[in-house]
Design a protein around this ligand. Structure first.
Ligand code: FES
Ligand SMILES: [Fe+2]
Length: 424
């Protein structure tokens, strides 16, 4: 439970808010590289931290992220012409480069120096692992670029897609770090009582704070086999890392289960909308992702075959996420198709911003409580002149999530020690 004031504090992200200024101290995913695939490709709109922006790739392949509205009379530069190293407004022809300089002002006399006085807000970008990252904070506080392990793979080792979620980013994160719900929300076969996560539906949670956020284990008693332990990582302000064992390399005929690292980044578009970046990473370069696996995995999550399709969701609040009551009665816990759509449905069902002062948190909500506390502390760090946790890439570059059957007698920190280290 949070007070109304604390709830306001962590959920409001616009310019000038405490959380907004805190989030502006991190590199943030803004869009997929594939949204602006080639030099001079059409510009796209980006909504980030309550700001309307436009992204474009110039003739040299460099990415610009600018205020969407032309400083002349505020026409949208989304309509602009992307030509010869600049984005030109279609209303009166003013042209801007990726740094926001006005490079041409054809409706003023040739001798006019007016254009030198005009500058459009432009944010620095970095393009890493198919994602265009933006930094929207003060330039003297800009951290080194993000350095999660999955950003260091070859192109056939990672895949990233996006999903527009129609609610605040904090409740989206809370869904992502809540490992307990998988026994319920994601139980897609009511008849299969032997499913690993159903062995013990009230796992023990252990949260351990770190200098980037926290790691936490959900420990399920799996009888004689030991403990089934899932260890997630949370890197401030909105990164989740988790691990699965899957057969994605089945194409090689081995049929062997190999670890697949996955996670989400819940990026606040504004107070009431979130762009989720869903990533997966095949850490072993000898076992890259196959296109068949990507298609299968994205489809079962409820997304289309490529990142773009995630933006156009068919199951939304307006149609009750297409809940199928017959399916719910006979086969699956929710009756909602698509694993990630099940998450979106419950999170969006709470309303755009959860009134957290009405909650009743229990023993399995530990990670959620810890995450909220960290967000509040991050705003305090920034207000008091410190760098917020998770902004220094050296703190998290070597971490990894894990998912394993572990012996009961050894603490998970020791038993999973080697599994928690990034190898790439
Ligand atoms: S509004 Fe853009 S050039 Fe006039
Ligand atoms: Fe989920």
């Amino acid at each position: 439970m949070l007070s109304r004031e604390e709830n306001e504090l962590i959920t409001r992200v616009g310019p000038g808010t405490a959380m907004g200024e805190t989030l502006r101290r991190y590199w943030m995913p803004a869009l997929l590289s594939s949204a602006i695939p080639a030099p001079d490709a059409p510009p796209v709109r980006v909504r980030l931290l309550g700001e309307d922006l436009v992204a474009f790739r110039d003739t040299n392949g460099k990415v610009g992220l600018l205020d969407e509205y032309c400083p002349h009379r505020l026409a949208s530069l989304f309509l602009g012409r992307n030509e010869e190293c600049g984005l030109r407004c279609v209303y009166h022809g003013w042209k801007f480069d990726i740094e926001g300089n006005c490079s041409d002002m054809p409706n003023e006399p040739a001798e006019s120096r007016f254009k030198e006085k005009i500058h459009l807000q432009a944010y620095p970008t970095a393009e890493i692992a198919g994602v265009i990252w933006a930094y929207m904070g003060p330039s003297d506080k800009k951290p080194a670029p993000p350095a999660m392990e999955w950003l260091r793979g070859a192109a056939n080792q990672y895949f990233v897609s996006t999903t527009h979620e129609f609610c605040n980013y904090v409740q989206a994160i809370e869904g992502g770090i809540d490992t307990v719900h998988s026994s319920f929300l994601h139980n897609n076969d009511l008849s299969n009582v032997k499913h690993l996560k159903r062995v013990d539906t009230a796992p023990r949670l252990e949260v351990e704070r770190t200098n980037y956020g926290f790691r936490y284990a959900s420990i399920r008693n799996a009888g004689e086999q030991g403990n089934y332990v899932r260890i997630y990582q949370f890197v401030l302000p909105f990164h989740q890392f988790r691990s699965h064992r899957v057969d994605y390399a089945a194409g090689d005929g081995s049929g062997e289960q190999v670890p697949l690292l996955k996670g989400h980044m819940w990026v606040p578009m504004d107070d009431e909308n979130t762009m989720i970046f869903n990533w997966m990473f095949a850490a072993d370069p000898a076992r890259p992702l196959t296109s068949e696996f990507i298609l299968k995995s994205e489809t079962s999550a409820g997304r289309g075959p490529n990142g773009e399709s995630g933006i156009k969701r068919h199951q939304t609040r307006e149609n009750d996420w297409l809940i199928d009551r017959e399916l719910q009665r006979a086969k699956t816990f929710t009756g909602i198709r698509g694993l990630n759509t099940q998450d979106l449905a419950v999170q969006e069902s709470m309303g755009r911003i959860v009134p957290r002062w009405r909650e009743h948190l229990g023993s399995t909500d530990k990670a959620i409580i810890a995450m909220r506390r960290l967000l509040i502390e991050a705003t305090e760090d920034v207000a008091e002149g410190r760098d917020p946790k998770g902004s220094n890439p050296e703190h998290y570059r070597g971490i990894r999530a894990a998912d394993a059957m572990l012996p009961k007698e050894t603490p998970w920190q020791d038993a999973a020690k080697d599994l928690l280290v990034a190898l790439v």
